[in-house]
Design a protein around this ligand. Structure first.
Ligand SMILES: Cc1cc2nc3c(=O)[nH]c(=O)nc-3n(C[C@H](O)[C@H](O)[C@H](O)COP(=O)(O)O)c2cc1C
Length: 161
């Protein structure tokens, strides 16, 4: 079964997570950065994993557009979704806001893979904002590889959550 991993992020955590999943799935996985690569031909895939990072509550525009354009086709395939972010208490809201019904209900897995924050990647104003949001003044590295592996394993075995 061929699996497409289509992702969109900003600072590398979503990309790293998607790459990890592709490595776990192996030769049947194809990785596409929706912000940089052309939209893939979906007919080639039985299974699609969608992954996006959250900034100010939303996934990147490229992921929003992909979902809007391909929702009907996605509903005819096995789908797993993941989000990369830091605010655990907001996860349910992020999923429902960014993955519209009926795609959200259709997805077999909805997985939060944690996130990372390297304060040095951002300017003074954004750093201040991020410290306020997270309540922390140091970098955060909390990507959850087990969660990523769970999604990859479901692609290989066909298991449902
Ligand atoms: C400007 C900015 C805004 C963010 N907003 C949110 C947010 O609203 N909720 C949240 O949980 N995490 C938020 N984050 C944390 C990111 O989701 C986290 O750093 C994630 O790992 C980024 O993934 P990426 O490296 O693929 O872009 C924000 C980060 C930045 C830099």
């Amino acid at each position: 079964m061929k699996t497409l991993i289509a992702y969109a992020g900003r600072n590398g955590s979503t990309r790293k997570t998607a790459e990890r999943m592709a490595g776990q799935i192996g030769a049947d996985a194809e990785l596409v950065n929706l912000q940089k690569q052309p939209t893939p031909v979906l007919t080639e895939f039985d299974h699609v994993i969608l992954g996006g990072s959250i900034m100010a509550g939303s996934v990147p525009k490229a992921m929003q557009n992909f979902i809007t354009q391909h929702q009907e086709t996605l509903l005819s395939k096995r789908v797993g979704i993941f989000i990369c972010c830091l605010m655990e208490e907001q996860i349910d809201q992020y999923f429902s806001h960014n993955f519209p019904e009926p795609l959200y209900s259709h997805a077999e897995q909805k997985i939060w893979v944690g996130g990372e924050l390297v304060l040095g990647d951002h300017n003074f104003i954004v750093r201040k904002l991020l410290k306020k949001i997270t309540g922390k003044s140091e970098d955060i590295h909390s990507l959850n590889w087990e969660a990523a592996d769970q999604l990859a394993a479901a692609a290989v075995t066909g298991a449902k959550e």
